[in-house]
Design a protein around this ligand. Structure first.
Ligand code: ATP
Ligand code: MG
Length: 629
């Protein structure tokens, strides 16, 4: 094409330009939502390679999720039009980068699966007769490992859990980061690895944990440039140990830190920003400045619905109206006077909520209206016993020391009794799996042959062992499903769909482990850009943007989320509300309750909200009361 190639920095505003092209060794870009932080980070990478001649292999960019890493790679690929350049860079989450580092050192790293970790926690709880749930146990262990205090757990309990992991030869997520951190703090790293981090860039820096902060410091210690970007007002992982004061910490640790602020918001209409700013301004901090760059649009809608059902019905009807699928006169928003609206596609629209549980009702309503949707980050089907058994079986084949995987595969897929599982376990601690699978191990098989599904299990071990490294995960799984007579299992089908995107079983399984909220749908559905409405939690929506956003359940108890088990951290809940609102580019709908609105709504000046009730009458359809269920 005759079209001239864009320069790395074209289209950036003055401050973005300053950030992207800076020569200073440590830079923090601290700026509000939609100000182009991520865009600036990508531009800086392009600039470093194109203008500064930096080798791609000397660049590492850390993203918050694997999905964000994938998107960043795509944007860079778009720019460079050269796979080799982009592949030479290191782009990923802290966890995936650490895993990669250890694997490069030929360290045999086996990560413990989420469910296996819960099982292990449950065993420790039982042994020590603790009164705590496995989930809570794990989060307290994590706190302790990250150098924090725990009110609920002793160091001994954490040690008991840890020694179990050690005896099984597996690491958990914190260990993965800690191992790498230890190496780097001791200066125990190869020159080559050091070079990888010469130019280190970190997105969403406001959500780094203590370990991640220290990793950032250690990695950049011998580097040329550290570039971190983020927004303290969007720090929403405090419950998991992130600390939005990391920017202050950095400027203390690195006195030469150059701070750059961006104030032009390119994402949202002035109406949306005018509502979002007073809401977040209730939190402590300097005055927030966000100048809207977009033209005026529609006022923010506040809908009050009597129940989650009518809320869901409203959302479904409104979506159908927007894409032009339903009788226009049926819609109340239409009668509010938006004749000139252009039709939307489903993928323009996101429905956000505070908890996964809220998704069920919304899903039902969307299904009823035949609206294509995808629920992001919900991995229920991974908890299905057959899926767990399958995953564990192949995990064990790839890593025979992974005893939790062995145990899970035996009990989930083959219903082995506990005592037999224990015997097999000790057998596997002594021998390698290829010993057992080789023909001279017949005697061992014989011994177990008469027990239940044992024969079958051995058969399958021998059948798949030679193939697991070579074949594509999808075909292995299809074959396996047939062997197990599980071809009609829906959860397993979804699992197989995810496998399509991975070149080999090891990559697939490690991606599963490292997958974070929001990652799954990209795999589960054909492609990320397909025409679906996106359903996701507020947490999962971080960094994303959509022309139309519905924020469901903006009411007491739900946002801020508050229950006996979950005392609300009000400033953090307010940040979540702020993150949600600022995802919207053009249209924002807040769904609330007439009797119990969220306290956050009262921070928004009333004239800024176009308020209307959702009434059941609105769901008369062709003269009939619409009965949904
Ligand atoms: P968040 O805090 O939500 O992560 P962000 O600061 O990372 O937001 P981006 O996602 O990088 O913001 O950018 C938001 C939107 O604004 C994107 O659609 C981006 O393309 C657009 N944008 C950013 N800078 C500019 C610019 N200089 N000119 C035009 N569009 C821009
Ligand atoms: Mg961003």
């Amino acid at each position: 094409k005759p079209e001239e190639k864009k320069s790395a920095l074209s289209g950036l505003n003055e401050h973005q330009l300053e950030a992207a092209a800076t020569d200073e060794p440590t830079v923090a870009v601290i700026a509000g939502p939609g100000t182009g932080k991520t865009k600036t980070l990508v531009a800086r990478i392009a600039y470093l390679v194109e203008e500064k001649g930096v080798e791609p292999s000397a660049i590492t960019a850390v993203t918050f999720t694997n999905k964000a890493a994938g998107e960043m790679k795509e944007r860079l690929l778009d720019y460079f039009q050269n796979k080799r350049t982009v592949n030479a860079m290191t782009i990923g989450t802290f966890h995936s980068i650490c895993l990669h580092l250890l694997e490069k050192q030929d360290k045999n790293v086996t990560l413990i699966g989420e469910y296996e970790a819960l099982d292990t926690a449950a065993q420790v709880i039982r042994t020590l007769e603790l009164k705590i749930s496995p989930k809570q146990f794990l989060s307290e262990v994590s706190k302790l490992k990250c150098g924090k205090q725990s009110d609920l757990l002793s160091g001994e309990a954490a040690e008991a859990y840890d020694s179990r992991l050690r005896s099984m030869g597996v690491l958990d997520f914190d260990d993965l980061l800690l191992q790498v951190l230890l190496q780097w703090e001791e200066g125990n790293t190869g020159k080559k690895a050091v070079k990888t981090f010469s130019y280190l860039l970190v997105d969403e820096f406001q959500d780094v944990s203590d370990i991640q902060y220290r990793l950032t410091k250690a990695w950049s210690a011998l580097g040329q440039s550290l570039f971190v970007i983020g927004d303290p007002d969007q720090s929403i992982y405090g419950f998991r140990g992130s600390d939005s004061r990391c920017f202050q910490r950095l400027s203390k640790d690195m006195p030469a830190l150059r701070q750059i602020r961006l104030t032009q918001n390119y994402r949202s209409t002035p109406e949306i920003l005018r509502c979002a700013l007073p809401a977040i301004s209730q939190n402590e901090g300097e005055e927030r400045i966000l100048h809207p760059n977009r033209k005026n649009g529609d006022p923010v809608q506040l809908l009050t619905a009597q129940s989650p059902l009518s809320e869901g019905i409203y959302i479904a009807k409104e979506i159908n109206r927007m894409v032009g699928g339903v009788d226009m006169l049926d819609s109340q928003a239409f009668s509010a006077g938006h004749e000139a609206e252009q039709p939307r596609s489903f993928s323009d629209i996101a429905v956000l909520y505070r908890t996964h549980r809220q998704a069920d009702m919304i899903e039902k309503c969307l299904r009823k209206e035949s609206i294509p949707y995808v629920v992001m980050g919900r991995d229920d089907f991974l908890a299905d016993p057959k899926v767990r058994g399958t995953e564990a079986f192949f995990r064990f084949l790839l890593e025979p020391r992974d005893i939790p995987a062995l145990r899970a595969s035996l009990s989930m897929a083959f219903h082995f009794p506990e005592d037999l599982a224990a015997r097999l376990e000790s057998l596997f601690l002594e021998r390698t799996i290829s010993d057992l699978a080789s023909s001279d191990a017949e005697a061992v098989f014989e011994e177990y042959a008469e027990v239940g599904h044992c024969q079958k299990w051995m058969e399958l071990i021998r059948k798949y062992l030679p193939r697991v490294q070579k074949e594509k995960p999808r075909s292995l799984l299809e074959d396996w499903a047939e062997e197990m007579e599980w071809t009609d299992e829906e959860p397993l089908g979804r699992f197989m769909n995810m496998a399509v995107f991975h070149p080999n079983m090891a990559a697939f399984l490690s991606n599963l482990l490292l997958g974070e909220e929001g990652d799954l749908s990209r795999n589960a559905q054909q492609s990320y850009t397909a025409d679906f409405v996106r359903l996701m939690t507020l947490h999962g929506s971080k960094g994303l943007e959509f022309p139309v956003v519905f924020l469901a359940g903006v009411k007491k108890g739900t946002l801020p989320l508050e229950s006996a088990a979950h005392p609300a951290d009000i400033p953090e809940e307010r940040r979540l509300f702020y993150v949600g609102m600022t995802r919207a580019k053009e249209k924002l709908y807040l769904l609330s309750s007439p009797s119990e609105p969220s306290e956050f709504l009262s921070d928004i000046p009333e004239p800024l909200l176009q308020k209307s009730p959702v009434t059941e009458r609105k769901f008369q359809y062709e003269g009939k009361q619409l009965s949904l269920f």
